[in-house]
Design a protein around this ligand. Structure first.
Ligand SMILES: [Zn+2]
Length: 499
């Protein structure tokens, strides 16, 4: 296999080659659990989920570590605002987060370390940095000395002299006064009297965010990771600081490849609560099938910004998300196609020498090639579109009068769906369940009641039985005018919502 990925460290697309051939050790910065997962999280973890799936689908062993930051100032702040105990608050959101990730069809990581379970390791790493002359104690805090690490800035491609102003502006004066250099960052923060914290050789306190990730990644994956990933907003300072701490401590390269995914914007602006364009994954699960959100995340290259549009009513309320609606139509089409293929009667599948169209026969290979090229998901989805069209043509031909399908073509189509599930995590659910949920959600959005529709269908069946075809047609037309399409089959009448 030849996976090529854009490496932020070198600024180039390079072959991804783990230190131990065939075994990729991957660390992705997980969430800080003080609130529900939002769209930015959804995008980030779908991207790395596809990376992990793709490597595995191609025979590589992957150890995927994604942490939970359950000790952080943001948690402390939210806990005090809501009168909760910080550990309990973090545990509650960690659970909600795991649930949301599963609904997005993301695989669980192999290891999901929590900061609260790694305090001893963190203290040991901080001590090692102090002993090596890379960190110093200052009034109960411990800071990393950026001047002790000459390569500081190599990931974000900036020089220390350019950082002085920016860094010092963001920090409070009292903290700045405790530092030797304004860009030095906290490894350990002193806790207030009686506040949330742990005992350490420097007094009671809590770890800084950056040292948490360095500790947990090296503990579970060794001193040098094959790939470290996260959102683009983490390049500086978080990842820059992780490199500095880790390499200063071990003297070895920290990560061979750095991968960063782009931002999510809503209505072309950065998501923020004050702009009212901030959405948690949960808000959206009520409006759209989670797998459609996953699909939408793949429509744009992972390094580019992803913009979500919305439609508003006159009062400014969100009425819809056209891209999600389109993604949901694509997902429904995928499952309908899969269902049709699975429903082909055995007697229509025959041994035949007929050639198989390349969009169908070559799909698994094309999917692999698209993802090998810096995880090009938009190209993968374009191939998927051609594949689904070809599978439908195969089914159309087979279901014509005296129609047949070649066994080879059917088997290649099944293999295509298998590859899709393995590589992109799409189409893996029970088709009927997904399609029913989509149908019912669309019906609700139009103010239609399932029970009322079923009653009308039953009334139509009675009219037909009584040979009152005029009444039967009237019922059908009335439903159709409201967007309900009736589908008569051998086992009765089913219904769907027209697009
Ligand atoms: Zn991190």
């Amino acid at each position: 296999m030849s996976v090529r990925l854009h490496n932020t460290l070198t600024g180039r697309k390079e072959p991804f080659e783990p230190a131990e051939p065939g075994h990729a050790r991957i660390y992705v910065c997980g969430p800080t659990v003080y609130d529900y997962a939002h769209l930015g999280h959804a995008r980030c973890y779908v991207v790395y989920d596809v990376l992990v799936r793709h490597l595995r689908a191609n025979g590589m062993k992957v150890t995927y570590v994604r942490n939970i930051t359950d000790v952080d100032d943001k948690i402390l702040k939210r806990a005090s605002e809501t009168g909760t105990e910080p550990t309990a608050l973090a545990a509650r959101f960690a659970e909600a987060y795991a649930e949301d990730m599963r609904r997005l069809r993301n695989l669980d990581p192999d290891v999901e370390p929590k900061v609260s379970k790694h305090l001893d390791d963190i203290v040991a790493l901080v001590q090692r940095l102090i002993d090596g002359g890379h960190a110093y104690v200052s009034d109960g805090d411990v800071y990393f000395s950026v001047e002790s690490f000459p390569e500081y800035g190599k990931l974000s491609h900036r020089h220390l002299s350019q950082m002085k102003l920016g860094a010092s502006e963001r920090l409070d004066e009292a903290q700045t006064a405790r530092k030797r250099h304004p860009a030095d960052f906290a490894l350990w923060k002193k806790s207030e009297e009686g506040g949330w914290g742990w005992d350490s050789p420097w007094g009671r306190g809590r770890p800084g965010w950056h040292i948490e990730c360095s500790t947990m990644s090296m503990k579970h994956l060794g001193d040098t990771l094959d790939l470290h990933g996260g959102g683009l907003d983490l390049v500086f300072p978080h990842h820059e600081n992780e490199i500095a701490q880790s390499e200063a401590a071990t003297g070895k390269p920290f990560a061979r490849c750095w991968m960063h995914n782009g931002f999510v914007e809503v209505d072309k602006e950065k998501m923020s609560k004050s702009l009212g364009n901030f959405f948690t994954a949960r808000d959206l699960f009520d409006r759209v099938e989670p797998e459609a959100i996953r699909y939408f995340m793949m429509t744009v290259h992972y390094r580019a910004p992803l913009n979500l549009d919305w439609t508003l009513d006159e009062a400014g309320n969100v009425t819809g998300f056209p891209q999600f609606e389109e993604a949901e139509r694509r997902v429904a089409y995928l499952y309908k196609t899969k269902q049709r293929l699975a429903g082909l009667p055995a007697e229509r599948i025959v041994e035949s020498e007929t050639s198989v169209p390349p969009e169908l026969g070559g799909f698994s290979e094309m999917l692999r090639e698209a993802l090998d090229d810096d995880l090009n998901m938009p190209v993968a989805l374009a191939r998927l579109s051609d594949f689904l069209k070809a599978v439908n043509e195969l089914c159309d031909n087979a279901m014509r009068k005296k129609g047949k399908a070649a066994r080879t073509a059917v088997e290649l189509a099944e293999a295509g769906f298998h590859a899709l599930k393995a590589e992109l995590g799409l189409g893996a659910q029970d088709a009927e369940g997904v399609l029913l949920r989509i149908r019912d959600r669309r019906a609700r959005a139009r103010g239609l009641d399932n029970e009322a529709i079923e009653k009308r269908i039953a009334a139509r069946a009675r009219a037909r039985q009584a040979k009152d075809f005029a009444e039967a047609d009237r019922i059908r037309d009335a439903l159709s005018a409201r967007g309900v399409e009736l589908l008569d089959g051998p086992e009765g009448t089913d219904w769907d919502i027209l697009d």
